[in-house]
Design a protein around this ligand. Sequence first.
Ligand code: ADP
Length: 495
Amino acid sequence: MKILMAATEAVPFAKTGGLADAVSALSIALAQEGHEIRIIIPRYYSIDRNNLQYLEGALGVPMGGREEWSAVYTTNLPGAPVKNPVSVYFIDHEQFFGRDGIYGVPSEPDFLDNPRRFTFFSRAVFQLCRKLSWYPDVVHAHDWPLALVPVFLKYGERIGGLAKTVSVLTIHNLGYQGIYHKDNYYYSNLDGNVFYEAGFDDWNMMNFLKAGINTADKLNTVSPNYAAETQTPAYGFRLDGVLRYRAADYRGILNGIDTKVWNPAIDRYIPKPYSIKDMEGKIKAKEALQKEFKLPLEPDIPIIGLVTRLTEQKGVGELFGPAYGSAWSICQDMRLQMVLLGSGDPWCENEIKNLSYRLANFKARIGYSEAESHLIEAGSDFFLMPSRYEPCGLNQMYSLAYGTLPIVRNTGGLADTVENFNQDTGKGTGFIFNDLTPQAIYNTVGWAVWAYYNCRAQVDAMRILGMKQDFSWKKSARQYSALYEEAIAKAAKTS
Ligand code: ADP
C-alpha cells in the first residue's frame, strides 16, 4: 500500500511529545512490512534547510480566496529500511512556520493563527501529492491540526489521482481538539453548508477534530481501552456522542515502544546492561540511581520512580496538591524512597521542591533529561502513574521492559498494558487502583511496598513476566495496515 503520513511532528525533526515518536516509528514499522510510506510535516524554523534537499518549483495552496506559496524540501527518514526508504517532505512557508515553537511559545502557548497555519498545512497535503504525481491509497492524518485532511478529501479533493484515496485519522489525545472562532472557516475554502454537514459546529465555534471524526473513513486512538472510554461522557471531552456515532469505524491500537532505545540489554544510560537471564545490572542501576539522587545507598529499600509532565492529566493534584496530596504521607509513613523527574505546572514544581527539602527519602529533579529518565526506569522497583486519563502511556511499557513494576490507575492504555497483582495466584505485572483519590494512591503504593517486603519471590516473578511482554511497533503496524485495508474496502463498497 502507498501511505502518506500527515502530521505536525516526527522524530528526529520536530518533537513536543509522544506523537513525534509514534509517527516515525509507525512509518518505519510499516516500511519494514513492505508498504510505501511517505511523511509530510511543516518545515519549522528549527529544522535546518541545509540538511534537506530542495524540490524544484513552488507549491501553491488555495486559501481563503487567494493562494499561499511555499517551498518543499525532502530527506530520508533515519532508521527506515535501506531497501525501502521513507521520504519526509517539509512544507516551508515563512509566515506560518518560520518561527520558534510548533504550536506556541511560553508567552503564547497556542499561536493565534494556529487555525490558519494548520488549515494551510492540511490543504498542502493534497497539493504535494499532485506536485509529486504520487497518489497514496491512504492518507493517515494525526490529531486535530491535520483533522481537516479527511474533511478536504471528502469535500472536493477526492478527484483525479486521489479518486480512490481514503483517510484514516488517529487521535493521540482527545483533550486537544482545535476549537476556534468560526471566522477561521474562511481559510478552508469549503462551502458554507459543509460547516454543518461535516460537523465543525461546536456551540457556534469551529471544532477541527470534531469535523475530522465525522468525515474520516476510519479512525482510531492509541489504546483499545481509551477507545472505549472516549465514548463515555467521563472521558469524551464532549465528543463522546460523535465517537459513539462512529463506533463501527473507531478502533484502539496500542502504540509500540522503541525497543532500540528502551531495552535494558543495550541501554547506554545504565551502568550495566541486564536481561531476564542476568538481572545483576538492575541492582547496579538502583545503586547508581541512589547515588545520582543523593539517597542513602540501601539495596533493600523499595524505590518508587516517576517521570512525567507535571499537569492535571497525570494525577499530580492528588499526589502533590498542597495539604491533600498523598506523596507527603506516603514518604512519611512507609519505608521507601521516591525519585521524580519532571517539569510542568509551576505550582506543582514548587510543591515538589518543598517536599524534597522536607523529606529525606523524596528526591526530585525539575527538568527534562533523557539519561535520568532511563536511570529511573532501570533503577526503580516501582513506577507510579496515577493518571486522570492516559490515551496510551509509554512509561508503563518502558517500566515493564525494565522489570520495574508499574503502579497505575485503571484507565486508558494503562489498563491495557498492566495486569493487576493477584495475591492468590502470584500472577500480574503491576498494581492497579480505580479511583483517582489521594487515599487510593496511598493504599496502592502501600500494597506494592508490602508485597516488596513480604512476597519477594512473587514480585521477582512479576518483573520477569513484565520483561517478556512484546510492545514492539511491529504488532501495532499490522493492526494499522488492517485498518487501512478496512478503510479501502469500505470506500470501494460505498462508491
Ligand atoms: P505523555 O505523552 O502524555 O507525556 P507518555 O507516557 O505517553 O505521556 O510519554 C511521555 C514521554 O516523555 C516518555 O517517553 C517519558 O519518559 C518522557 N518524559 C516526560 N517527562 C520527562 C522528563 N522530565 N525528562 C525526560 N523524559 C520525560
